[in-house]
Design a protein around this ligand. Sequence first.
Ligand SMILES: [Fe+2]
Length: 508
Amino acid sequence: MTISRRTFLNGSLAMLLGSASFSQVGAKNSFSSYPFKLGVASGYPRPDSVVLWTRLAPEPIKVGGGISPEPLEVKWEMSLDEGFLKVVRSGKKAASPRYAHSVHVQVPGLRPSTTYYYRFFAGDAVSPVGRTRTAPAPDSLSAVSFGFASCQMYEQGYFTAHRHMAQEDLDLVLFLGDYIYEHSWGDNLVRKHEGPEVYSLDQYRSRYACYKMDADLQACHARFPWVVTWDDHEVDNDYANDLAEDLESNFLSRRAAAYQAFYEHMPLPETFAPHSSDMQIYQALDFGKMARFHVLDDRQYRDHEVCPKPGRGGSNIVADCPERLDPKRSILGFKQEDWLAKSLKDSPAAWDVIVQQTLMAQVVRPGRKFWTDGWDGYPAARKRLLEAASKRAGTSTLVVGGDIHAYAVADLKLDFDDARAPVVATEICGTSISSQGPDLKATEGWMQANPHIKYFNGTARGYVTVTLKKEEANIALRAIETEKKPDASINTVASFVVERGKPGAKRS
Ligand SMILES: [Fe+2]
Protein backbone atom coordinates (compact mmCIF):
# COMPACT_ATOMS: atom_id res chain seq x y z
CA MET A 1 0.00 0.00 0.00
CA THR A 2 1.37 3.42 -0.88
CA ILE A 3 0.21 6.73 0.46
CA SER A 4 -0.45 9.21 -2.32
CA ARG A 5 0.61 12.80 -1.94
CA ARG A 6 -3.04 13.85 -2.09
CA THR A 7 -4.07 11.49 0.73
CA PHE A 8 -1.14 12.78 2.72
CA LEU A 9 -2.04 16.45 2.16
CA ASN A 10 -5.71 15.83 2.92
CA GLY A 11 -4.68 14.06 6.10
CA SER A 12 -2.50 16.97 7.18
CA LEU A 13 -5.25 19.47 6.38
CA ALA A 14 -7.79 17.48 8.35
CA MET A 15 -5.43 17.38 11.31
CA LEU A 16 -4.84 21.11 10.99
CA LEU A 17 -8.57 21.89 10.86
CA GLY A 18 -9.18 19.42 13.68
CA SER A 19 -7.23 21.60 16.11
CA ALA A 20 -9.79 24.25 17.00
CA SER A 21 -7.44 26.45 18.96
CA PHE A 22 -4.71 26.37 16.35
CA SER A 23 -4.79 30.07 15.49
CA GLN A 24 -3.90 30.89 19.10
CA VAL A 25 -0.95 28.57 19.19
CA GLY A 26 2.32 30.25 19.89
CA ALA A 27 5.44 29.11 18.04
CA LYS A 28 7.98 29.63 20.76
CA ASN A 29 11.49 29.73 19.38
CA SER A 30 13.37 28.65 22.41
CA PHE A 31 12.75 27.17 25.85
CA SER A 32 14.54 27.82 29.12
CA SER A 33 16.05 24.36 28.65
CA TYR A 34 15.45 21.20 26.58
CA PRO A 35 11.64 20.65 26.44
CA PHE A 36 11.68 16.90 25.63
CA LYS A 37 13.14 15.67 28.94
CA LEU A 38 10.26 13.19 29.36
CA GLY A 39 11.11 11.42 26.10
CA VAL A 40 8.73 10.15 23.45
CA ALA A 41 6.34 7.21 23.25
CA SER A 42 3.93 5.44 20.94
CA GLY A 43 0.95 3.23 21.59
CA TYR A 44 -2.30 1.53 20.56
CA PRO A 45 -1.04 0.15 17.24
CA ARG A 46 -3.70 -0.66 14.65
CA PRO A 47 -3.04 -2.03 11.13
CA ASP A 48 -3.24 1.52 9.71
CA SER A 49 -2.51 3.83 12.64
CA VAL A 50 -0.55 4.39 15.81
CA VAL A 51 -0.56 7.04 18.56
CA LEU A 52 2.53 9.20 19.13
CA TRP A 53 3.10 10.95 22.43
CA THR A 54 5.33 13.54 24.00
CA ARG A 55 5.02 16.30 26.57
CA LEU A 56 6.79 19.67 26.56
CA ALA A 57 8.34 20.17 29.99
CA PRO A 58 11.68 22.02 30.21
CA GLU A 59 11.45 21.75 34.02
CA PRO A 60 9.42 18.55 34.44
CA ILE A 61 9.06 18.41 38.23
CA LYS A 62 8.05 22.07 38.55
CA VAL A 63 4.36 23.03 38.57
CA GLY A 64 3.51 23.97 34.97
CA GLY A 65 6.57 22.11 33.66
CA GLY A 66 8.55 25.33 33.27
CA ILE A 67 6.43 26.75 30.40
CA SER A 68 4.00 29.66 30.36
CA PRO A 69 0.36 28.46 30.33
CA GLU A 70 -0.44 28.98 26.66
CA PRO A 71 -0.87 26.50 23.78
CA LEU A 72 2.34 25.78 21.89
CA GLU A 73 2.84 24.32 18.45
CA VAL A 74 4.52 20.94 18.14
CA LYS A 75 5.49 19.50 14.75
CA TRP A 76 5.90 15.77 14.25
CA GLU A 77 7.11 13.54 11.49
CA MET A 78 7.13 9.83 10.80
CA SER A 79 9.55 8.05 8.53
CA LEU A 80 10.37 4.59 7.23
CA ASP A 81 14.04 5.14 8.10
CA GLU A 82 15.86 6.28 11.21
CA GLY A 83 17.59 9.08 9.28
CA PHE A 84 14.23 10.60 8.23
CA LEU A 85 15.00 10.48 4.50
CA LYS A 86 11.72 8.65 3.81
CA VAL A 87 9.19 10.76 5.71
CA VAL A 88 5.69 9.42 5.01
CA ARG A 89 3.60 11.50 7.38
CA SER A 90 3.98 14.82 9.19
CA GLY A 91 1.80 17.39 10.88
CA LYS A 92 1.33 19.93 13.62
CA LYS A 93 -0.45 19.71 16.91
CA ALA A 94 -1.27 22.16 19.69
CA ALA A 95 0.31 21.24 23.05
CA SER A 96 -2.29 22.66 25.40
CA PRO A 97 -1.76 23.70 29.04
CA ARG A 98 -5.16 22.03 29.67
CA TYR A 99 -3.27 18.71 29.37
CA ALA A 100 0.14 19.80 30.71
CA HIS A 101 1.46 20.51 27.17
CA SER A 102 1.22 16.84 26.26
CA VAL A 103 0.43 15.82 22.69
CA HIS A 104 -1.36 12.67 21.52
CA VAL A 105 -1.22 12.28 17.74
CA GLN A 106 -3.13 9.45 16.09
CA VAL A 107 -1.28 8.99 12.81
CA PRO A 108 -3.57 7.53 10.13
CA GLY A 109 -2.89 5.95 6.74
CA LEU A 110 -0.02 3.68 7.77
CA ARG A 111 0.89 0.24 6.42
CA PRO A 112 0.33 -2.90 8.53
CA SER A 113 3.25 -4.76 10.19
CA THR A 114 5.58 -1.88 9.39
CA THR A 115 8.31 -0.30 11.49
CA TYR A 116 8.32 3.51 11.58
CA TYR A 117 10.51 6.13 13.22
CA TYR A 118 9.12 9.38 14.63
CA ARG A 119 10.24 12.62 16.24
CA PHE A 120 8.82 15.95 17.39
CA PHE A 121 9.92 19.57 16.96
CA ALA A 122 9.09 22.49 19.26
CA GLY A 123 10.73 25.86 18.70
CA ASP A 124 14.36 25.06 17.93
CA ALA A 125 14.35 21.78 19.86
CA VAL A 126 14.16 18.29 18.35
CA SER A 127 12.97 15.30 20.39
CA PRO A 128 14.73 11.96 20.67
CA VAL A 129 13.80 9.54 17.86
CA GLY A 130 11.25 6.86 18.68
CA ARG A 131 10.58 3.61 16.85
CA THR A 132 7.19 2.00 16.55
CA ARG A 133 5.37 -0.69 14.64
CA THR A 134 1.84 -1.03 13.31
CA ALA A 135 -0.36 -4.07 13.97
CA PRO A 136 -0.60 -6.79 11.30
CA ALA A 137 -3.29 -6.75 8.61
CA PRO A 138 -6.68 -8.22 9.68
CA ASP A 139 -6.10 -11.51 7.82
CA SER A 140 -2.50 -12.00 9.01
CA LEU A 141 -1.51 -15.22 10.74
CA SER A 142 2.07 -14.24 11.45
CA ALA A 143 3.53 -14.71 14.92
CA VAL A 144 3.05 -11.94 17.49
CA SER A 145 5.62 -11.20 20.22
CA PHE A 146 4.95 -9.02 23.20
CA GLY A 147 6.48 -8.18 26.55
CA PHE A 148 4.53 -7.31 29.67
CA ALA A 149 5.44 -5.70 32.96
CA SER A 150 3.96 -3.88 35.94
CA CYS A 151 4.72 -2.26 39.29
CA GLN A 152 7.68 0.10 39.04
CA MET A 153 8.19 1.53 42.50
CA TYR A 154 10.78 4.22 41.76
CA GLU A 155 12.30 4.32 45.23
CA GLN A 156 12.75 0.55 45.62
CA GLY A 157 14.85 -0.12 42.56
CA TYR A 158 16.25 0.94 39.22
CA PHE A 159 14.31 0.39 36.00
CA THR A 160 17.06 -1.81 34.54
CA ALA A 161 14.43 -4.35 33.47
CA HIS A 162 13.07 -1.76 31.03
CA ARG A 163 16.53 -1.29 29.50
CA HIS A 164 16.72 -5.04 28.90
CA MET A 165 13.16 -5.25 27.58
CA ALA A 166 14.09 -2.53 25.06
CA GLN A 167 16.67 -5.00 23.65
CA GLU A 168 14.10 -7.73 23.00
CA ASP A 169 12.50 -8.35 19.62
CA LEU A 170 8.86 -7.41 20.35
CA ASP A 171 5.81 -6.12 18.49
CA LEU A 172 4.44 -4.37 21.54
CA VAL A 173 4.70 -3.90 25.30
CA LEU A 174 1.77 -4.23 27.69
CA PHE A 175 2.04 -2.34 30.96
CA LEU A 176 -0.37 -3.70 33.54
CA GLY A 177 -0.49 -1.04 36.23
CA ASP A 178 1.32 0.65 39.09
CA TYR A 179 3.20 2.83 36.61
CA ILE A 180 3.66 5.29 39.48
CA TYR A 181 3.29 4.93 43.23
CA GLU A 182 1.37 7.67 44.97
CA HIS A 183 3.24 7.30 48.26
CA SER A 184 6.61 6.14 49.61
CA TRP A 185 7.03 2.72 51.22
CA GLY A 186 9.38 -0.24 51.38
CA ASP A 187 12.90 -1.14 52.49
CA ASN A 188 16.40 -0.48 51.15
CA LEU A 189 15.37 2.43 48.94
CA VAL A 190 17.84 3.37 46.19
CA ARG A 191 16.37 6.82 45.36
CA LYS A 192 13.63 9.17 46.53
CA HIS A 193 10.40 10.52 45.08
CA GLU A 194 10.21 14.25 44.49
CA GLY A 195 7.70 14.70 47.35
CA PRO A 196 5.20 13.10 49.77
CA GLU A 197 1.92 11.31 48.89
CA VAL A 198 0.22 12.95 45.90
CA TYR A 199 -3.38 14.22 45.82
CA SER A 200 -3.68 17.17 43.41
CA LEU A 201 -3.34 17.33 39.63
CA ASP A 202 -0.06 19.28 39.93
CA GLN A 203 1.29 16.66 42.34
CA TYR A 204 0.32 13.71 40.13
CA ARG A 205 1.93 15.50 37.16
CA SER A 206 5.19 15.93 39.09
CA ARG A 207 5.10 12.26 40.14
CA TYR A 208 4.74 11.11 36.52
CA ALA A 209 7.53 13.50 35.53
CA CYS A 210 9.77 12.00 38.23
CA TYR A 211 9.22 8.48 36.87
CA LYS A 212 9.35 9.43 33.21
CA MET A 213 12.74 11.15 33.53
CA ASP A 214 14.21 7.66 34.02
CA ALA A 215 16.38 6.88 30.98
CA ASP A 216 15.67 3.12 31.01
CA LEU A 217 11.90 3.65 31.06
CA GLN A 218 12.25 6.19 28.23
CA ALA A 219 14.30 3.68 26.20
CA CYS A 220 11.57 1.04 26.39
CA HIS A 221 8.87 3.56 25.45
CA ALA A 222 10.96 4.80 22.51
CA ARG A 223 11.52 1.27 21.20
CA PHE A 224 8.02 -0.28 21.08
CA PRO A 225 4.38 0.77 20.98
CA TRP A 226 2.78 0.32 24.41
CA VAL A 227 -0.73 -0.60 25.46
CA VAL A 228 -1.51 0.21 29.06
CA THR A 229 -3.96 -0.35 31.83
CA TRP A 230 -3.79 0.87 35.40
CA ASP A 231 -4.01 -0.63 38.86
CA ASP A 232 -4.53 1.10 42.20
CA HIS A 233 -1.31 3.08 42.74
CA GLU A 234 -1.97 5.37 39.79
CA VAL A 235 -4.58 6.82 42.19
CA ASP A 236 -4.46 5.41 45.73
CA ASN A 237 -3.55 2.06 47.31
CA ASP A 238 -6.43 -0.46 47.23
CA TYR A 239 -9.04 2.03 46.04
CA ALA A 240 -12.31 0.65 44.67
CA ASN A 241 -14.40 2.75 42.30
CA ASP A 242 -15.33 5.85 44.35
CA LEU A 243 -13.93 4.60 47.67
CA ALA A 244 -10.45 5.31 49.02
CA GLU A 245 -8.58 2.99 51.33
CA ASP A 246 -8.78 5.50 54.20
CA LEU A 247 -12.35 6.57 53.28
CA GLU A 248 -11.19 10.13 52.55
CA SER A 249 -13.90 12.55 51.43
CA ASN A 250 -13.86 14.06 47.91
CA PHE A 251 -12.13 10.95 46.62
CA LEU A 252 -13.69 11.33 43.16
CA SER A 253 -11.96 14.69 42.65
CA ARG A 254 -8.65 13.05 43.58
CA ARG A 255 -9.45 10.25 41.13
CA ALA A 256 -10.24 12.84 38.43
CA ALA A 257 -6.81 14.45 38.95
CA ALA A 258 -5.06 11.08 38.88
CA TYR A 259 -6.85 9.89 35.74
CA GLN A 260 -6.10 13.15 33.95
CA ALA A 261 -2.38 12.93 34.80
CA PHE A 262 -2.38 9.30 33.58
CA TYR A 263 -3.90 10.42 30.27
CA GLU A 264 -1.37 13.25 29.96
CA HIS A 265 1.62 10.91 30.35
CA MET A 266 0.60 7.83 28.35
CA PRO A 267 0.57 7.24 24.57
CA LEU A 268 -3.23 6.99 24.58
CA PRO A 269 -5.61 7.96 21.78
CA GLU A 270 -7.24 11.37 22.30
CA THR A 271 -10.59 9.60 22.52
CA PHE A 272 -9.41 8.29 25.93
CA ALA A 273 -9.30 11.79 27.45
CA PRO A 274 -11.12 11.73 30.81
CA HIS A 275 -14.55 13.21 31.48
CA SER A 276 -14.40 14.51 35.02
CA SER A 277 -13.62 11.49 37.23
CA ASP A 278 -14.43 8.92 34.49
CA MET A 279 -12.07 7.59 31.86
CA GLN A 280 -12.74 4.51 29.75
CA ILE A 281 -9.53 2.58 29.13
CA TYR A 282 -10.93 -0.92 28.54
CA GLN A 283 -10.85 -1.88 24.88
CA ALA A 284 -9.72 -4.55 22.42
CA LEU A 285 -6.87 -4.53 19.90
CA ASP A 286 -6.48 -7.05 17.10
CA PHE A 287 -3.18 -8.37 15.82
CA GLY A 288 -4.42 -10.04 12.67
CA LYS A 289 -6.00 -13.43 13.21
CA MET A 290 -3.27 -14.37 15.68
CA ALA A 291 -4.21 -12.33 18.74
CA ARG A 292 -6.94 -10.21 20.21
CA PHE A 293 -5.85 -8.23 23.28
CA HIS A 294 -8.82 -7.55 25.59
CA VAL A 295 -7.57 -4.78 27.88
CA LEU A 296 -9.51 -4.57 31.16
CA ASP A 297 -10.00 -2.02 33.93
CA ASP A 298 -10.71 -3.74 37.24
CA ARG A 299 -10.48 -0.59 39.41
CA GLN A 300 -12.86 2.07 38.14
CA TYR A 301 -16.13 0.14 38.14
CA ARG A 302 -15.65 -2.51 40.86
CA ASP A 303 -17.88 -3.08 43.84
CA HIS A 304 -16.23 -2.05 47.10
CA GLU A 305 -14.03 -4.70 48.73
CA VAL A 306 -16.02 -6.96 51.08
CA CYS A 307 -15.47 -7.33 54.82
CA PRO A 308 -12.91 -4.52 55.19
CA LYS A 309 -10.99 -3.83 58.38
CA PRO A 310 -13.06 -1.73 60.80
CA GLY A 311 -13.21 1.94 59.71
CA ARG A 312 -11.29 1.26 56.50
CA GLY A 313 -11.84 0.68 52.80
CA GLY A 314 -9.42 -1.42 50.76
CA SER A 315 -8.21 -4.96 51.17
CA ASN A 316 -8.44 -7.49 53.92
CA ILE A 317 -7.55 -11.17 54.27
CA VAL A 318 -10.70 -12.96 55.36
CA ALA A 319 -12.01 -16.44 56.12
CA ASP A 320 -15.64 -15.91 57.08
CA CYS A 321 -17.21 -13.45 54.69
CA PRO A 322 -20.24 -14.89 52.85
CA GLU A 323 -20.77 -11.58 50.96
CA ARG A 324 -17.59 -12.41 49.05
CA LEU A 325 -19.52 -15.04 47.10
CA ASP A 326 -22.44 -12.74 46.18
CA PRO A 327 -23.07 -13.13 42.41
CA LYS A 328 -24.27 -9.52 42.23
CA ARG A 329 -20.73 -8.33 42.91
CA SER A 330 -18.46 -7.43 40.01
CA ILE A 331 -14.81 -6.43 39.75
CA LEU A 332 -15.27 -5.09 36.20
CA GLY A 333 -18.81 -3.70 36.48
CA PHE A 334 -21.57 -5.40 34.50
CA LYS A 335 -21.24 -3.07 31.50
CA GLN A 336 -17.59 -4.03 31.05
CA GLU A 337 -18.40 -7.71 31.72
CA ASP A 338 -20.97 -7.64 28.87
CA TRP A 339 -18.51 -5.85 26.59
CA LEU A 340 -15.84 -8.47 27.34
CA ALA A 341 -18.19 -11.41 26.75
CA LYS A 342 -19.04 -9.94 23.33
CA SER A 343 -15.40 -9.14 22.56
CA LEU A 344 -14.50 -12.78 23.30
CA LYS A 345 -17.46 -14.14 21.31
CA ASP A 346 -16.62 -12.02 18.25
CA SER A 347 -12.88 -12.64 18.42
CA PRO A 348 -11.36 -13.75 15.11
CA ALA A 349 -8.10 -14.69 16.83
CA ALA A 350 -6.18 -17.88 17.51
CA TRP A 351 -5.27 -16.46 20.92
CA ASP A 352 -7.37 -14.28 23.21
CA VAL A 353 -5.12 -12.38 25.58
CA ILE A 354 -6.89 -10.97 28.64
CA VAL A 355 -4.79 -8.00 29.69
CA GLN A 356 -5.55 -7.07 33.30
CA GLN A 357 -4.08 -5.93 36.60
CA THR A 358 -3.78 -8.72 39.11
CA LEU A 359 -3.57 -12.48 39.73
CA MET A 360 -6.76 -14.19 38.57
CA ALA A 361 -6.17 -17.69 40.00
CA GLN A 362 -7.61 -18.49 43.41
CA VAL A 363 -5.05 -18.36 46.21
CA VAL A 364 -6.22 -20.12 49.36
CA ARG A 365 -4.10 -18.91 52.28
CA PRO A 366 -3.55 -20.67 55.63
CA GLY A 367 -6.85 -20.92 57.52
CA ARG A 368 -8.71 -20.94 54.17
CA LYS A 369 -8.40 -17.18 53.95
CA PHE A 370 -8.71 -15.02 50.83
CA TRP A 371 -7.33 -11.59 49.87
CA THR A 372 -10.27 -9.36 49.02
CA ASP A 373 -8.58 -6.81 46.72
CA GLY A 374 -7.87 -9.28 43.89
CA TRP A 375 -10.11 -11.65 41.94
CA ASP A 376 -10.51 -13.75 45.11
CA GLY A 377 -12.68 -10.91 46.39
CA TYR A 378 -14.96 -11.32 43.35
CA PRO A 379 -15.11 -15.09 42.63
CA ALA A 380 -18.53 -15.00 40.88
CA ALA A 381 -17.25 -12.35 38.42
CA ARG A 382 -14.14 -14.47 37.81
CA LYS A 383 -16.28 -17.48 37.03
CA ARG A 384 -18.44 -15.45 34.61
CA LEU A 385 -15.30 -14.25 32.81
CA LEU A 386 -13.84 -17.75 32.55
CA GLU A 387 -17.18 -19.17 31.35
CA ALA A 388 -17.27 -16.53 28.60
CA ALA A 389 -13.65 -17.32 27.68
CA SER A 390 -14.25 -21.08 27.58
CA LYS A 391 -17.23 -20.88 25.21
CA ARG A 392 -15.12 -20.73 22.07
CA ALA A 393 -14.16 -24.03 20.50
CA GLY A 394 -10.43 -24.77 20.60
CA THR A 395 -10.19 -22.04 23.20
CA SER A 396 -6.80 -20.47 23.77
CA THR A 397 -7.21 -17.82 26.38
CA LEU A 398 -4.10 -16.40 27.97
CA VAL A 399 -4.61 -14.18 31.01
CA VAL A 400 -1.72 -11.83 31.80
CA GLY A 401 -1.49 -9.90 35.04
CA GLY A 402 0.68 -8.09 37.57
CA ASP A 403 0.16 -6.43 40.96
CA ILE A 404 1.48 -9.20 43.23
CA HIS A 405 5.21 -8.53 42.54
CA ALA A 406 5.77 -12.22 41.80
CA TYR A 407 5.81 -14.48 38.77
CA ALA A 408 2.89 -16.90 38.85
CA VAL A 409 1.93 -19.47 36.23
CA ALA A 410 -1.47 -21.04 36.83
CA ASP A 411 -4.22 -23.20 35.39
CA LEU A 412 -7.50 -21.28 35.44
CA LYS A 413 -10.59 -23.33 36.24
CA LEU A 414 -14.29 -22.75 36.79
CA ASP A 415 -13.92 -24.54 40.13
CA PHE A 416 -10.48 -24.27 41.72
CA ASP A 417 -11.48 -26.52 44.61
CA ASP A 418 -12.23 -29.46 42.31
CA ALA A 419 -8.97 -31.14 41.32
CA ARG A 420 -10.74 -32.82 38.37
CA ALA A 421 -12.33 -29.63 37.02
CA PRO A 422 -11.01 -28.93 33.50
CA VAL A 423 -8.48 -26.19 32.85
CA VAL A 424 -10.17 -23.49 30.75
CA ALA A 425 -7.44 -20.86 30.41
CA THR A 426 -3.77 -20.24 31.17
CA GLU A 427 -2.53 -17.49 33.45
CA ILE A 428 0.86 -15.82 33.42
CA CYS A 429 1.38 -13.20 36.09
CA GLY A 430 4.49 -11.07 35.72
CA THR A 431 6.67 -9.94 38.58
CA SER A 432 7.43 -6.26 39.19
CA ILE A 433 9.92 -4.02 37.42
CA SER A 434 11.24 -2.83 40.80
CA SER A 435 8.61 -3.17 43.59
CA GLN A 436 9.53 -5.54 46.40
CA GLY A 437 7.82 -8.94 46.39
CA PRO A 438 6.80 -11.76 48.74
CA ASP A 439 9.52 -14.06 50.11
CA LEU A 440 10.16 -17.63 49.04
CA LYS A 441 8.45 -19.11 52.09
CA ALA A 442 5.18 -17.33 51.31
CA THR A 443 5.05 -18.31 47.63
CA GLU A 444 6.08 -21.92 48.35
CA GLY A 445 3.28 -22.17 50.91
CA TRP A 446 0.72 -20.77 48.46
CA MET A 447 1.88 -23.19 45.77
CA GLN A 448 1.49 -26.20 48.06
CA ALA A 449 -2.03 -25.16 49.05
CA ASN A 450 -3.05 -24.31 45.47
CA PRO A 451 -2.05 -27.12 43.10
CA HIS A 452 -3.40 -25.22 40.05
CA ILE A 453 -0.49 -22.78 40.53
CA LYS A 454 2.48 -24.36 38.72
CA TYR A 455 5.11 -21.73 39.44
CA PHE A 456 5.32 -18.91 41.98
CA ASN A 457 8.38 -16.73 42.56
CA GLY A 458 8.45 -13.32 44.19
CA THR A 459 12.19 -13.02 44.72
CA ALA A 460 13.16 -11.64 41.28
CA ARG A 461 12.29 -8.44 39.43
CA GLY A 462 11.79 -8.30 35.67
CA TYR A 463 9.23 -8.82 32.92
CA VAL A 464 7.76 -11.56 30.71
CA THR A 465 8.00 -12.15 26.96
CA VAL A 466 5.38 -14.11 25.01
CA THR A 467 5.47 -15.26 21.39
CA LEU A 468 2.14 -16.38 19.99
CA LYS A 469 2.25 -18.80 17.08
CA LYS A 470 -0.43 -20.81 15.34
CA GLU A 471 0.25 -24.00 17.29
CA GLU A 472 1.78 -22.78 20.54
CA ALA A 473 2.74 -19.88 22.75
CA ASN A 474 6.27 -19.57 24.14
CA ILE A 475 6.72 -17.74 27.41
CA ALA A 476 9.95 -16.58 29.07
CA LEU A 477 10.13 -15.17 32.59
CA ARG A 478 13.00 -12.66 32.32
CA ALA A 479 14.64 -11.55 35.56
CA ILE A 480 17.33 -9.03 36.41
CA GLU A 481 20.14 -9.98 38.76
CA THR A 482 19.16 -7.16 41.16
CA GLU A 483 17.04 -4.02 41.06
CA LYS A 484 19.39 -2.29 43.51
CA LYS A 485 22.21 -1.71 41.01
CA PRO A 486 21.67 0.12 37.72
CA ASP A 487 23.84 -2.18 35.58
CA ALA A 488 22.35 -5.59 36.45
CA SER A 489 22.32 -8.41 33.91
CA ILE A 490 19.25 -10.33 32.72
CA ASN A 491 18.45 -14.02 32.44
CA THR A 492 15.49 -16.35 31.96
CA VAL A 493 14.42 -17.91 35.28
CA ALA A 494 11.84 -20.22 33.72
CA SER A 495 10.19 -20.80 30.37
CA PHE A 496 6.86 -22.35 29.45
CA VAL A 497 4.91 -23.50 26.44
CA VAL A 498 1.14 -23.52 25.95
CA GLU A 499 -0.30 -25.57 23.11
CA ARG A 500 -3.17 -23.89 21.32
CA GLY A 501 -6.45 -25.53 22.28
CA LYS A 502 -4.89 -27.20 25.34
CA PRO A 503 -4.99 -24.68 28.19
CA GLY A 504 -2.33 -24.96 30.88
CA ALA A 505 1.36 -24.07 30.70
CA LYS A 506 4.11 -26.69 30.65
CA ARG A 507 7.78 -26.08 31.54
CA SER A 508 9.98 -25.92 28.46
FE1 LIG B 1 2.33 -2.84 42.62
